[in-house]
Design a protein around this ligand. Structure first.
Ligand code: NAD
Length: 694
């Protein structure tokens, strides 16, 4: 065995040279890996080996670029990825990439320079750069369509999907499937077969057959863009990926296509969107780290979960646990709501069709109902309360839970805004009480705010964080404050949206500005979707707000065909003259004059108070770090990931500008815009929002 460098070895198996990478955890393409590959292929090529196998130790093939290197200052010059790829493609003997785990991004781009690829069935291959606002910048955009064809390449590159090896085999991306656990032997056997059969050295960059099929058919691209317009809205990277494939088809040579790839890559890499998406990638991982709670803190076993309330939230929450094989029992006070809740769960499962029928049946079978907390909850490890949002009811329930549940059971509430310390105070075990704030629909939404109360024990937090991961949620630890992090910030935007309308902006103006910013919909369209009558009581309604008047006119949102907007039979929204008149009347009644409000003001009035509120939350220690706020908003409220989140966006605009505007609004409109003291300090110290810690 020859040691090429710290992460690369070269061995011999008969006529076959085997280059092995071992750079934990994922063999990412760091400088050492690139140099090892370069020197390894050079040494193997200079030997009398008749074929070369590239394989990786550990859990995966090269899983991608080393993204910690992005934007880092250049170290000692090393072989570039391009040098490595040229060396592989030009090898005088066949090169076989042996793939297990994942061959993603740069990893797949390396594998595409081998003459053949062998993979185990559990391996997955893909070019996921788009998720980081990028495109595969090492020839992947030019080679992939040459192997799998233009349509498949478009789909793979713009979705970033990890393609399972058996599918990759059908697509021609993998040449042979190896038995699981026998990759090395299978790859060597394949290499020997290449030698024995004198198989050609397949150089993907030379083979244009699949591109020819798309030449002179620009409609392939036009149709693809049209079909995905909604999904790609606002994002730059999908379009740049598409353009690269267009370049592959339309360029006279491979090199010309590569040049287009390089230019488009450079544009994305130096742009704001990719910076935001890469920042966000790390933000999500960072959110798992809780200062003062070590990663190896023991967790409490959670094998059975109790839920109180089979309503909108309770049912969705139950599905999360059943989906990962955890038994759930739901308690209601009456049979009718229990039956209704269980029926909704069943129909949700039937409609979603995410699992095979027998698996769905198993999941449904894991969820049972009961009318007795005493019976149902005596052996549960975790209870989640999801009843009406009323302190008296919640206190009553927690008093009962304290008496019923076994010692060590975690007692959680799904409250959206109530004080969890107050709820915990009725128990003799406040250390076991925590908030688990799921978002609606709870079986779909990824975000989970885990709310730490004054006395919540570390292992209860740790258990909740790990459990969140198990059920596929992205958890953020927050403190007790009205609305917690997400809804407290949302409150600012909602207030300003309403005020703007009373000053002269129309709901569709506010919605359009926020939609164009990148939100899936604006606040008024959202209200129409959810139903304007949530929390509205007919008997108590006397036309005091715009909403009252709309509801009184039976304009209760999409479900009644009208709300802030008018809807046609396909639920397409149109600005409503009725609503416009209602707003006008309100303004006149208040004695004000409607004024023309610019899009810029709408955006700043909606967004800057949110940023200011986030700073207050950090100031009060109710969030751990600025990036956690961004994780909450990207995952829970549709903040466009290409703008990073409110804190990242605040840094883009500049803290000084945010402060200046808040002061200007405060002078004109008062108190509600008062800048957080920490915002003033941040600007005085010349720091960034991203530096803020709670
Ligand atoms: N709906 C949302 O978007 C949302 C989002 C996050 C959090 N939450 C919070 O989740 C909780 C539940 O909200 P929801 O929207 O599911 O309400 P919901 O009205 O749909 O369901 C509440 C259920 O609790 C049952 N219930 C009431 N008192 C009970 C008792 N003493 N014992 C057993 N069952 C009882 C009711 O019969 C009802 O089925 C609230 O605290 C709410 O603030 C709601």
């Amino acid at each position: 065995m020859t040691e090429i460098n710290a992460v690369t070895t070269l061995t011999r198996d008969g006529d076959v040279a085997v280059i092995t990478l071992n750079s934990p955890p994922v063999n990412a393409l760091s400088a050492a890996v690139r140099q090892g590959l370069y020197d390894g292929f050079k040494a193997a090529g200079a030997s009398d080996a008749k074929a070369i196998v590239l394989i990786c130790d550990g859990r995966t093939f090269i899983a991608g670029a080393d993204i910690t290197e992005f934007g880092a200052p250049a170290g000692t010059p090393t072989a570039s990825l391009f040098d490595v790829q040229t060396m592989m493609e030009d090898s005088p003997v066949p090169v076989i990439a042996a793939i297990h785990g994942t061959a993603l991004g740069g990893g797949l781009e390396v594998a595409l320079c081998a003459h053949y690829r062998v993979a185990v069935p559990s391996a997955r291959l893909g070019l996921p750069e788009v998720a980081l606002g990028l495109l595969p910048g090492a020839g992947g955009t030019q080679r992939l369509p040459r192997v799998v064809g233009v349509e498949t390449a478009l789909e793979m590159m713009t979705s970033g999907r990890h393609v399972p090896a058996p599918e990759a085999f059908k697509l021609g991306l993998v040449d042979e499937l190896a038995p699981e656990g026998e990759l090395r032997a299978a790859a060597i056997a394949f290499a020997n077969k290449c030698v024995a059969e004198n198989r050609p050295l397949v150089k993907i960059s030379d083979n244009n057959t699949k591109l020819e099929a798309a030449k002179g058919h620009p409609e392939i691209f036009a149709n693809f863009r049209k079909a995905n317009a909604r999904k790609f809205r606002g994002f730059e990277a999908p379009e740049a990926n598409i353009k690269c494939i267009e370049a592959a088809v339309n360029s006279a040579t491979f090199e010309e296509g590569l040049k287009a790839e390089r230019t488009l890559f450079g544009g994305l890499m130096s742009g704001v969107q990719s910076a935001a998406q890469r920042y966000y990638f790390f933000a999500e991982r960072q959110a798992n780290k809780i200062p003062g709670i070590a990663d190896d803190t023991p967790v409490r076993p959670i094998n059975k979960v109790g839920i109180i309330g089979a309503g909108t939230m309770g049912g969705g929450i139950a599905m999360n646990f059943a989906n990962v094989g955890i038994q759930v029992v739901i308690v209601e006070q009456q049979q009718a709501p229990l039956d209704k809740g269980l029926a909704t769960i069943r129909s949700n499962y039937e409609r979603s069709r995410t699992a095979k029928p027998e698996e769905t049946a198993k999941r449904v079978g894991l969820i049972t109902g009961s009318l007795s907390m005493e019976e149902a909850f005596k052996d549960v490890d975790l209870v989640i309360e999801a009843v009406f949002e009323r302190m008296d009811i919640k206190k009553d329930i927690f008093t009962k839970l304290d008496a019923i549940c076994k010692p060590g059971a975690i007692l959680a509430t799904n409250t959206s805004a109530l004080n969890i310390d107050e709820i915990a105070s009725v128990t003799k075990r406040p250390q076991d009480v925590i908030g688990l704030h799921f978002f609606s629909p709870a079986n779909v939404m990824k975000l989970l705010e885990i709310v730490r109360a004054d006395h919540t024990a570390d292992d209860v937090i740790q258990t909740s964080m790990k459990l969140a991961k198990k059920i596929g949620k992205i958890a953020v630890l927050v403190g007790v404050t009205p609305g917690f992090v997400g809804n407290r910030i949302l409150g600012q935007r909602q207030r300003e949206a309403q005020k703007l309308v009373l000053e002269g902006a129309m709901p569709w103006d506010v919605d359009r500005v926020l939609y164009d910013f990148g939100f899936p919909m604006g606040p008024f369209a959202m209200s129409d979707l959810a139903g304007l009558d949530i929390g509205w009581v007919k008997e108590k309604s006397h036309g005091e707000t715009i909403r009252d008047v709309l509801c009184e006119a039976d304009r209760r949102g999409q479900k009644t065909g009208a709300g802030y907007y008018d809807y046609d039979e396909n639920r397409n929204a149109k600005p409503s003259p009725f609503t416009e008149q209602v707003i006008h009347d309100f303004i006149v009644k208040s004695g004000a004059n409607p004024r023309k409000i610019s899009d810029e003001e709408i955006l700043e009035r909606c967004i800057f108070p949110m940023i200011n509120e986030a700073v207050k939350i950090l100031e009060e220690g109710k969030a751990i770090r600025a990036s956690d706020v961004d994780v909450v908003w990207v995952n829970g409220y549709g903040w466009p990931v290409y703008r990073g989140g409110p804190m990242f966006y605040g840094d883009l605009v500049g803290p000084a500008k945010v402060l200046e505007k808040m002061k200007e609004f405060e002078a004109k409109m008062g108190e509600q815009f008062k800048p957080a003291a920490l915002l003033e300090k941040l600007v005085a110290d010349g720091k960034k929002f991203a530096d803020l810690k709670g």
